[in-house]
Design a protein around this ligand. Structure first.
Ligand code: SF4
Length: 376
């Protein structure tokens, strides 16, 4: 089982902290339509060489919701047809996630999402603090967010995820915790919350120096928000992700389990047949490559067993469950504990150690990258 990632690179504005490739202010339906046609061609080029069944679809960006209901329907109708022809088991796609921007939420958009089986909406809220939103150049104010959440609350949508960022300019100790509680007041149906640390370039760190909490403060704010979430029944299942029972993101969980996925679109990444590819980053080059019916990729990395082993360890340790020992021993044909015994014993204060799993203790979960390095 595996997934399909579709990258929509267009955004209405550029958030100051964003490092993703995104094309701002295009507002051109002809280009959007041409891009959708290209995505369909790319999927048709890739899918004959793809052996796994596709069980999840994820539209990320950029801002997928910028396409609007009609173009999204056109895109997804075509994608569903290709995927259904490919999948032998003919089961329904288990999860279709669409990242959505507050500014694009209206009745028409919601009605379309309501018509899709197993739809999951993912909303980037970041914060309700208007001064913070303005500094980071998010073109939404508190009332835009409130109105959008109320519209969703009146809909039949149930599988709802929201994102917040910790460590934003002007963050105070209770801001993120209060943001979470406020969003749940407005939209009690939220099932999944992603809580990220703000990552900044050095120049932005300098520019915002006077407004930013320091690293220690950010960790305290994060812990407070994390405790609030756990108190409300949201279980942390990955470093940055919390969910109510049965609402983990299936698509993202498959990444952490190192399952294959196709990525299509400008700058998308995909991974199958023991290769990881990066697609072309410029829109015009992407269009050109597709017009020649060539795969629009600029880089391919062969994933040998050593690379896979490192990724399996690194990604598994990001999850609460940790490394599935039986799975590791089976995939890599070696005894995990025999191989890593010395390192684990020398650093055992960081780990929960059992026959089935090796995971990082809750207390050290904020230092997952540093601790994983011990085993890599
Ligand atoms: S909306 Fe998302 S992808 Fe677009 S600029 Fe902002 S953070 Fe980046």
């Amino acid at each position: 089982m595996s997934g399909l990632y579709i990258h929509i690179p267009f955004c209405s504005y550029k958030c100051s902290y964003c490092n993703f490739y995104s094309i701002v202010n295009m507002n051109d339906n002809d280009t959007y339509k041409k891009y959708i046609e290209s995505l369909i061609i790319e999927l048709k080029l890739r899918i004959p060489n793809y052996k796994s069944e596709i069980e999840t679809i994820y539209l990320g960006g950029g801002t997928p919701s910028i396409l609007g209901a009609d173009l999204l329907k056109y895109l997804l109708d075509n994608i569903f047809e290709i995927v259904n022809n490919h999948n032998k088991n003919k089961k329904l796609i288990k999860e279709i996630t669409i990242e959505s921007n507050i500014n694009n939420i209206d009745n028409e958009y919601i009605s379309y999402l309501e018509s899709i089986e197993n739809i999951r909406i993912s909303l980037g809220l970041q914060t309700f603090n208007e001064k913070s939103l303005s500094i980071i150049n998010r073109h939404t104010d508190k009332y835009d967010i409130i109105n959008a959440l109320k519209l969703i609350n009146n809909s039949t949508l149930e599988n709802i995820s929201v994102d917040f960022i910790c460590g934003l300019p002007l963050n105070t100790e209770n801001q993120i915790k209060d943001d979470i509680l406020f969003s749940l007041d407005l939209l009690p149906k939220i099932k999944h919350i992603s809580l990220y640390y703000l990552e900044l370039t050095q120049s932005l760190q300098k520019k915002w120096h006077n407004f930013l909490p320091n690293d220690e403060e950010s960790v305290i704010f994060y812990k407070k928000a994390s405790n609030t979430l756990e108190g409300l029944g949201f279980k942390r299942y990955e470093v940055s992700n919390y969910s109510l029972p049965n609402y983990n993101s299936i698509h993202n969980t498959n990444y952490w389990l190192l399952k294959d996925y196709i990525g299509i679109g400008v700058s998308a990444v995909g991974c199958y047949n023991n290769e990881r590819y990066n697609n072309i980053k410029m829109l015009k080059d992407y269009f050109y490559s597709i017009s020649k019916h060539q795969l629009p990729q600029q880089q391919i990395e062969y994933l040998d067993m050593e690379i896979k082993k490192k990724e399996f360890i690194f990604l598994s340790l990001r999850t609460i469950k940790g490394i599935d020992i039986k799975k590791y021993n089976y995939i890599f044909n070696e005894d995990f504990y025999h191989h890593y015994n010395k390192i684990i014993m020398n650093n055992k204060e960081y780990f929960n150690i059992s026959i089935e799993y090796l995971s990082i203790k809750n207390y050290y979960f904020n230092y997952v990258d540093e601790i994983s390095l011990l085993l890599l």
